[in-house]
Design a protein around this ligand. Structure first.
Ligand code: XLS
Ligand code: NI
Ligand code: NI
Length: 441
């Protein structure tokens, strides 16, 4: 097959800040060591199949704008093979270690379950060959349980057990496929797991169904010996008004309630954090705090648009604060940075996909360098440590150890001076971050 991206004949290379070649990395230098790991090992970049190769640029107002010939190929399996060849050409030329897919991104759904199974198995065989040839690995697989009309009222949380059963069959198959391709994780984003109105919804029943569904996923993972992590991807709304996996804290409570802690972690998407009214860094910190940090969908929202716009990440500051929390938490184990991001609809030149990913990778690499410098600088950590040191000894320690009561503190208050507050130093600390970002290189 002729190359789909003839304008990019060589793999993208690190060119440094002085490089004038727009098809080179200015910050991402895969072999460069940062805090004892190479950039490649820290960042674990993945390209997503759905936005980059399955989506044709259509939106609710209009048809596709992007040049994706396989979406209109006569035979869907022929189209899927062509799409896969182009995807691997892209992964290889970009130089990413991983990719991610939904079952239906790589294999067209058939007219019935049996046909879909045959299609998926055939495409998984082909993916295995491409992966072997290129050395590109699978960061995660996932089943699309939201596009088909049968899932309009949910998959695991559907009122109809037959639809639950069909979703379970699909996940079984997709988890097997992910296992076969040695995926590092398996993701469940609760696409339609939520509701629009209580007038037709039994909240309690749907929660219990989702709990059971996830246990079935975990049981199957162990039955087949899948070694990756099972990850839930929180999102507050869209497509439903009330998505059950609202944010990291909600997922944490759900995992505790249904006894899934230790078995399921989270895949945090930056834009979903924004939609939930949180900072990206908050979601990362909350996940490490709960012991459920898994992986990241690296993308960006828009300050004035309240939906999942899935832009490529551009804000070094936002990403630095997120990467700082990731490094503080110990970095990725099986997770990585998946670009769940898409081109703008007008970006119709073939090489736009390269520029988008190069920009995203450079933003994240720069954020990694700045976050590592923030750790080395210690101003933030020393400040926070000092701020809480009262809890290590004396009064603070006695409170935490249960040696004080409301009554004892009441009696004590009458014998000591009223405490006076100290500064939270926010602006000073923001200046420290700005200075470190400015200098990081
Ligand atoms: C949608 C989600 C989706 C998941 C994978 O908003 O981000 O793309 O990452 O199903
Ligand atoms: Ni996502
Ligand atoms: Ni999303």
């Amino acid at each position: 097959m002729n190359p789909f991206f003839p304008a990019v004949s060589e793999p993208i290379r690190y060119g440094g800040l002085d490089s004038t070649d727009p098809l080179s990395f200015r910050w991402y230098d895969p072999d460069r060591e940062v805090l004892g790991r190479t950039m490649k090992e820290h960042l674990r970049f993945a390209v997503c199949y759905w936005h980059s190769f399955a989506w044709d640029g259509s939106d609710i107002f209009g048809a596709g704008t992007l040049d994706r010939p396989w979406t209109t190929a006569g035979d869907p399996m022929e189209g899927a093979r062509q799409k896969m060849a182009v995807a691997f050409e892209f992964f290889e030329k970009l130089g990413v270690p991983f990719y991610c897919f939904h079952d239906v991104d790589i294999a067209p759904a058939g007219s019935d379950f049996k046909q879909s199974t045959r299609n998926l198995n055939e495409m998984v065989d082909l993916a295995a060959e491409h992966m072997e040839r290129t050395g590109v690995g699978l960061l995660w697989g996932t089943a699309n349980l939201f596009a088909d009309p049968r899932y309009a009222a949910g998959a695991a949380t559907n009122p109809d057990p037959e639809i639950f059963a069909r979703a379970a069959a699909q996940v079984c198959q997709c988890l097997d496929a992910t296992n076969r391709l040695a995926g590092e994780n398996y993701v469940l984003w609760g696409g339609r797991e939520g509701y629009d109105t209580l007038l037709n919804t039994d909240l309690k029943a749907e929660g219990a169904q989702l709990g059971r569904f996830l246990h079935m996923v975990v049981e199957h993972k162990h039955a087949i010996g899948f070694e990756g992590q099972i990850l839930l991807e929180p999102k507050p709304f869209e497509p439903t008004k009330h998505q059950y996996d609202f944010d990291v804290a909600t997922v944490h409570a759900f995992l505790e309630r249904y006894d899934l802690m230790g078995e399921v972690a989270v895949n945090i998407e930056v834009n979903h954090a924004t939609l939930a009214g949180h900072d990206f860094a908050h979601e990362v910190a909350a996940a490490f705090d709960a012991g459920i940090f898994g992986s990241i969908d690296a993308n960006a929202g828009d300050d004035r648009l309240g939906w999942d716009v899935d832009r490529f990440p551009v804000s070094v500051e936002q990403m630095t604060l997120g990467m700082y929390e990731i490094l503080r938490g110990g970095g990725f184990t099986s997770g990585g940075l998946n670009f769940d991001a898409k081109l703008r609809r007008q970006s119709i030149a073939r090489d736009d996909l390269f520029h988008a990913h190069i920009g995203g990778m450079d933003t994240m690499a720069r954020a990694l360098l700045a976050a590592a410098d923030l750790i080395a600088d210690r101003t933030l950590s020393d400040y926070v440590e000092g701020r809480y040191q009262g809890w290590d000894h004396g009064l603070g320690k006695r409170i935490l150890d249960g040696e004080e009561t409301l009554r004892s503190l009441h009696d004590r208050a009458a014998t000591v001076d009223d405490p006076s507050p100290t500064s939270g130093r926010q602006e000073y600390l923001e200046n420290v971050v700005a200075r470190v970002i400015e200098r990081a290189s």
